[in-house]
Design a protein around this ligand. Sequence first.
Ligand code: CAA
Length: 259
Amino acid sequence: MAFETILVEIEEGIATITLNRRDVLNALNSQVFTELAEAAENLAVDDSVRAVIITGGDKVFAAGADIKQMALLGAVDVAIGLRPSKIAFERLENMPKPVIAAINGYALGGGCELTLAADVRVAADNAQFGLPEIKLGILPGGGGTQRLPRLIGAGKAKELIFTGDLINAEEALRVGLVNKVVPADQVLAEAKKMAKKFVSRGAVALSLAKACINEGQRMDLEMGLEYEHKCFSLLFATEDQKEGMKAFVEKRKPNFQGK
Ligand code: CAA
């Protein structure tokens, strides 16, 4: 996959997407969003890929949507031109494979919102998070008003969105915005370790578990439980379920085939 603003590398079943606009702190312009959307679509159907990591490299994750580009836009331009950001985030969120954000340095505005579209977040001890859009006279338009309160609760999300203040990695861990904090030089390695563990599990079970959690958030509890029961039942038609339980009985490690 050849892109200009992102790099995509696939190794041992793990795809790593690296944001590649370092001179502007990986500011997300419309080209980044379009390329991210295309990469996510391709990776979702690539059978050689079992997990995806998204990173901005070792200095910064992303300092948000490209303000210089946005400054020139009117309402109609945003409605049409920034549509790919919504598509990119939704494709990552709904991908039937685990997506891990590996975050060094700033994850602000659209950068923070991109991490929220991932399933789990591994942060460097030097990471800083925030939704500073309010200081620009706008609101977080990349899912921040929806995904952040669902993740950390409405009260803390409102505080961050209304003030635009940044929080450090320790605070992000405390409020549940990130799953893990590690030394800055170990973020990608830790994300890969986590990805490898996900990949070693039954891929069908994992993708249905992800669907249950994501879809369940759009349902009331009763419907969510019904949806979960259907997915649970379906797994008993897979080879992985037979293998997983046989391996337990035979006291050995399962060898899942993702079927
Ligand atoms: N858009 C465009 N360019 C950006 C940018 C952004 N979001 N963030 C940084 N840059 C550019 C700077 O303009 C600068 O470029 P030049 O060298 O050409 O001047 C370069 O990246 C380095 O940035 P700084 O000199 O500002 O670096 P710093 O270390 O002094 O400050 C920072 C770092 C605190 C992150 C600061 O750059 C900053 O505040 N950035 C903007 C953060 C922000 O407001 N993000 C939200 C954007 S809105 C959004 O994301 C909308 C949405 O909901 C989708």
